[in-house]
Design a protein around this ligand. Structure first.
Ligand code: FAD
Length: 450
């Protein structure tokens, strides 16, 4: 009999697990169960679909259930939600969301790849029409419809995380007046405050009205439709709002089914992806992993980590013993004309994790200063004392400049010191860089500090 694999969640992690397992072990009988209408979709492309840069929603979809079956031999059921795992009977109890029909899938091995869910603030009006979160392709389509109808002219972004910033850019590019409210004292908590300030300046330069230290108290509506948002002191009229106040691992199914939850709040999983239940794996944003710098339990909210975790689980479904080492949380994003990259720990996180840490920030150029089109870039390195071992890095600069964060991610993976970074054999030519790359200049300044 062919071994039955059921994968719950059909995006980055779930699809990577299913595809890798099938490639290594073509005999596996794999079914992907997905609650939404789509599988294998690029949620990361939603801001560009909302802005109109990407014309059609189907450009963000890599596979349909039909093409997945034909090209990869994997079955997918969309519009089907898993409600409970019955480990004793090795079954997943599901419901077809359109017909209401109860379905039941038998498994020999199971993968939970249910992703993340956006947090909703506990305030009135989050359910009003035109108040959005973005975690599914459908949300992007709903937002695009609202914008295409011409009924939206003013938008409020509640929360200054990376999705909020991307959406601010997308909405502004459509000529929408955009207000951004963040209750904390900086945007983008994944980077240090001085670097986040550069982003705030860029947003304001592009017409976004940024309000830090401002808590939204209520979404105000009339007849179910959004009219404005209330901060403690004022009512700001708006006809569209996007909430990005945080995200958490989607553990609803796991909790209901009695799986152990780890310290980070994600599903407990070992480096092979195995959970507390026999033959049940977890991968992606719902699964716990380790922060490679601090060594602490962590979860990642990135597609990159989700896909790699999924791939490892796929190999283990096929009988290998692959391990996922953990995450550095390396990320990059572009907001208007500025890119921001980060990897490892911020200075604040390094101190919170009790590292004896120091930090260096420099301003350099992304190409030879005399070469046309160059721009300034900011590099920040966080390092341990007295060793000079790199603990984290952040770059703010042009799109091309911030992709240099990958070099620092490799340095971090290899546990390099500032001395070793200073001696890396990096490439140089005036149109693309400087003789001393800014990350090496930063390492040299850090060495002087040490
Ligand atoms: C606007 C935006 C831009 C982003 N940009 C980037 C980027 O540039 N780079 C990057 O690395 N990351 C980015 N991300 C984050 C990235 O999209 C996520 O980290 C990634 O999608 C996580 O993959 P996953 O497979 O773990 O979970 P998900 O993509 O969340 O997939 C989980 C799937 O499981 C399904 N599901 C959940 N519960 C059930 C159930 N009970 N039954 C059946 N199905 C279920 C859901 O419908 C969903 O399709 C972005 C996110 C957003 C919102």
């Amino acid at each position: 009999m062919r071994k039955k694999v059921v994968v719950i969640g059909g995006n980055s992690a779930g699809m990577a697990a299913a595809s890798r397992a099938k490639r290594l072990s073509p005999d596996l009988d794999i079914t992907v169960i997905e609650a939404s209408r789509f599988i294998s979709y690029g949620i990361c492309g939603v801001p560009y679909f909302v802005s109109g840069l990407v014309d059609r929603q189907d450009e963000l979809v890599n596979f349909t259930p039909e093409t997945l079956k034909k090209q990869r031999g994997i079955r997918a059921r969309t519009g089907v939600k898993a409600h409970e795992i019955l480990p004793g009977r090795r079954r997943v109890v599901c419901r077809d969301l359109s017909s209401g029909e109860k379905l039941d899938f038998e498994y020999d091995q199971l993968v939970i790849a249910t992703g993340y869910r956006p947090t909703l603030p506990p305030i009135q009006g989050v359910d009003l029409q035109n108040v959005f979160t973005v975690s599914l392709l459908e949300h992007g389509a709903q937002m695009r419809r609202a914008l295409d109808s011409g009924e939206c002219q003013r938008a409020a972004i509640v929360g200054g995380g990376y999705v909020g910033l991307l959406m601010a850019d997308a909405l502004r590019s459509r000529g929408i007046e955009v207000y951004l409210f963040e209750q904390g004292r900086q945007l983008l908590p994944q980077i240090d405050e001085d670097m986040a300030e550069l982003l705030k300046v860029e947003l304001e330069k592009n017409g976004i009205q940024v309000h830090l230290n401002t808590r939204v108290a209520e979404f105000r509506g009339e007849k179910g439709t959004l009219q404005g948002i209330c901060t403690g002191s004022e009512l700001v009229p708006c006809d569209l709002a996007l909430i990005d106040v945080g995200s958490a691992p989607n553990t609803e199914l796991a909790v209901k089914s009695g799986l152990a939850i780890g310290q980070s709040g994600a599903i407990q999983a070992d480096s092979n992806g195995l959970t507390s239940l026999h033959n049940v794996f977890a991968a992606g944003n719902c699964a716990e992993t380790t922060n490679l710098v601090s060594g602490e339990p962590a979860f990642s909210l990135l597609a990159t980590s989700a896909a790699r975790q999924g791939r490892v689980v796929g190999e283990n479904l096929a009988g290998m013993r692959s391990t996922y080492p953990g995450t550095l949380e390396t990320s990059v994003e572009k907001v208007f004309g500025l890119g921001v990259g980060r990897t490892g720990l911020t200075y604040r996180q390094a101190l919170e994790n009790r590292f004896d840490a120091d930090v260096v920030s420099i301003e350099g150029f992304d190409r030879a200063p005399y070469y046309p089109g160059g721009a300034k870039m900011h590099v920040k390195l966080v390092f341990g004392k007295p060793t000079g071992r790199l603990l984290g890095a952040q770059i703010v600069g042009s799109e091309a400049a911030c992709k240099r964060i990958d070099t620092l991610a490799v340095a971090l993976s290899c546990q390099l010191t500032l001395d070793e970074i200073s001696q890396l054999d990096l490439a140089y030519s005036p149109p693309v860089g400087t003789l001393w790359d800014p990350i090496q200049i930063a390492a040299n300044v850090g060495l002087r500090k040490l």
